[in-house]
Ligand binder design. Structure first.
Ligand SMILES: Cc1cc2nc3c(=O)[nH]c(=O)nc-3n(C[C@H](O)[C@H](O)[C@H](O)COP(=O)(O)OP(=O)(O)OC[C@H]3O[C@@H](n4cnc5c(N)ncnc54)[C@H](O)[C@@H]3O)c2cc1C
Length: 382
C-alpha cells in the first residue's frame, strides 16, 4: 500500500480524508482497480452520532455489481418497502418501493457502522488498500498551486502523506475543503435535528426555547407523539442525552482543484429529508472511481479528469437538493411554525394518498435517485 519512511510518512497514489460511506466505498473501488490508496479516519471506530442507517436500492445494486450483495444481506437488517408520514392522527403512505425497477426494491435498514465495517473488511482484501484509524487530516501539502498530499495527526504523532490525488470525503464540516479554499454555496435548512434514537426535528435556533420549557415538557411532547415509547422517557435523564445536530444543505461551487477532489457531504451537505445522503455519497464514489482509476493508474491525472467527476455528479446533486429544499420550505417549515390545531396533510401528500401509483415517483427519487451509477472500474487486484 505505497511506500513509507521510518517516521511513518508515506507516498500513495490516492489519499482519502474521511472513512464515511463516500471515503470507504471509493477506497474499496480504487484498491480493487489496483490503485494504492490510504484512507485516514479521525475516529477510532465507525461508531458515530446519528447519521442515518439507510441502504437504498441503488447502493444495493452497487454491492451486487461488486459481488458482495448476498453476504451483505446476511447482516441483520430490516427491509422497508414503504415510507409513511404521520399528519395529526393520520398515517399516510408517501413512497412505495415495490414498484421500483431494481434487484432489491426496498431500503435495507442497517446500522451505519455495520455497513462501514463491511466495506472495510472487503477493501482489506486488496493489497493496495490501507485504512488508518485515529488519523485526523489537519492540513494540505502544496507544491506551488498544486495539492500534493496531506498532513495528519495520528496516534504516533504528526504524519505527512504524499499523494497524486487527495480526496476530501471528510463530511459536511470538511477540513479539506476549507484548507483548499473551496467556496461553499449555502442553500439553507430551516431545521435542526435533536436526536434520541430517531431525530426529533425542531425549527432552526429553537433549541433554547425547548430547553426553557424544561425536560419534563420535552419528555411529555415525545411520549405524546410516540405513546409506545412513553415508558422509556426516563432514559432522557438530562439535556446531555439529547444532542443537537445542525442540518445543512450546501454545495461547493468547484468540487476540485489541481490534485484534490471533494465527494459526498464534503462536496454537498445533504439534509436528512428523504434520507438520501448516504446514497449520494456512494454514487459519487462509484462515479469518481469509474472516471479516475485509469488516469491514476497511468499517472496522467489532470484537473480535467477531476472536473469530469463534478460534471457527472453535479446534476443529480442539484436535483436532489432542490427537492429537499422544496420539502423543507413547503412542508417542514409550515409544520414547525404551526401554532396549533390538527395538522393537515399538504396537497401533494393527499394526492399520494389518493393515487397509489404516484407513490412510485418519490420511491424512485429516494431509492434510486437521478442518474444512477454503475461500477465500471475493473477488478484488477484481489
Ligand atoms: C440528522 C441527520 C440524519 C440523516 N439521516 C440520513 C438517512 O437516514 N439516510 C441517508 O442516506 N442519509 C442521512 N443523512 C445524511 C448522511 O448521513 C450523509 O449525507 C452521509 O453520511 C455522507 O457521507 P460522507 O461519507 O460524505 O460523509 P460522512 O458520513 O460525514 O463521513 C465523513 C467521515 O470523515 C471523518 N472525518 C471528518 N473530518 C476528518 C478529518 N479531518 N480527518 C479524517 N477524518 C475525518 C468523519 O469522522 C467521518 O467518518 C442524515 C444527516 C443528518 C445530519
Amino acid at each position: 500500500m505505497g511506500s513509507s519512511d521510518l517516521s511513518g510518512n508515506r507516498t500513495v497514489q490516492c489519499c482519502i480524508a474521511g472513512g464515511g460511506p463516500a471515503g470507504m466505498m471509493l477506497g474499496l473501488l480504487l484498491a480493487r482497480a489496483g490503485i494504492k490508496v490510504l484512507v485516514l479516519e479521525k475516529h477510532r471506530d465507525f461508531l458515530r452520532d446519528f447519521r442515518g442507517d439507510t441502504i437504498h436500492p441503488s447502493t444495493l445494486e452497487v454491492l451486487h455489481e461488486l459481488g458482495i450483495l448476498e453476504e451483505f444481506l446476511k447482516l441483520p437488517h430490516q427491509k422497508v418497502s414503504e415510507l409513511r408520514a404521520q399528519f395529526g392522527d393520520r398515517l399516510i403512505p408517501v413512497a412505495d418501493f415495490r414498484g421500483v425497477r431494481a434487484r432489491c426494491p426496498f431500503i435495507a435498514m442497517i446500522p451505519q457502522w455495520d455497513f462501514l465495517n463491511f466495506l472495510a473488511r472487503h477493501a482489506a482484501r486488496y493489497p493496495g488498500f490501507g485504512l488508518m484509524m485515529q488519523a485526523e487530516v489537519t492540513g494540505l501539502l502544496f507544491q506551488e498551486n498544486k495539492i500534493k498530499g496531506v498532513e495528519a495527526e495520528s496516534q504516533d504523532g504528526p504524519l505527512q502523506i504524499q499523494a497524486d490525488l487527495v480526496i476530501g470525503a471528510d463530511g459536511r464540516h470538511s477540513t479539506v475543503r476549507e484548507q483548499a479554499g473551496l467556496e461553499v454555496l449555502d442553500l439553507g435548512a430551516p431545521i435542526d435535528g435533536d436526536y434520541w434514537q430517531c431525530a426529533f426535528v425542531i425549527a432552526k435556533g429553537a433549541l433554547d426555547g425547548l430547553k426553557q420549557r424544561g425536560l419534563e415538557a420535552f419528555r411529555a411532547t415525545i411520549s405524546g407523539l410516540l405513546p409506545f415509547a412513553a415508558d422509556r422517557m426516563k432514559e432522557i435523564a438530562s439535556w446531555d442525552d439529547a444532542k443537537l445536530l445542525s442540518v445543512q444543505v450546501n454545495r461547493l461551487r468547484n468540487w476540485c482543484r489541481d490534485g484534490l477532489l471533494c465527494v459526498g457531504d464534503a462536496a454537498h451537505a445533504m439534509s436528512p429529508v428523504g434520507g438520501v445522503g448516504i446514497n449520494l455519497a456512494i454514487q459519487d464514489a462509484v462515479a469518481a472511481a469509474n472516471l479516475l482509476w485509469g488516469p491514476l493508474r497511468a499517472s496522467s491525472l489532470s484537473l480535467g479528469s477531476l472536473q469530469a467527476v463534478q460534471k457527472r455528479r453535479e446534476f443529480p446533486t442539484r436535483v436532489t437538493q432542490r427537492f429537499q429544499v422544496l420539502v423543507q420550505n413547503r412542508i417542514l417549515t409550515r409544520v414547525l411554525s404551526d401554532a396549533g390545531g390538527p395538522l393537515q396533510a399538504p396537497f401533494a401528500v393527499r394526492m399520494l394518498e389518493r393515487y397509489p401509483i404516484l407513490r412510485q415517483i418519490p420511491a424512485r427519487l429516494v431509492g434510486v435517485g437521478v442518474r444512477p451509477e454503475h461500477v465500471r472500474s475493473p477488478s484488477i487486484a484481489a
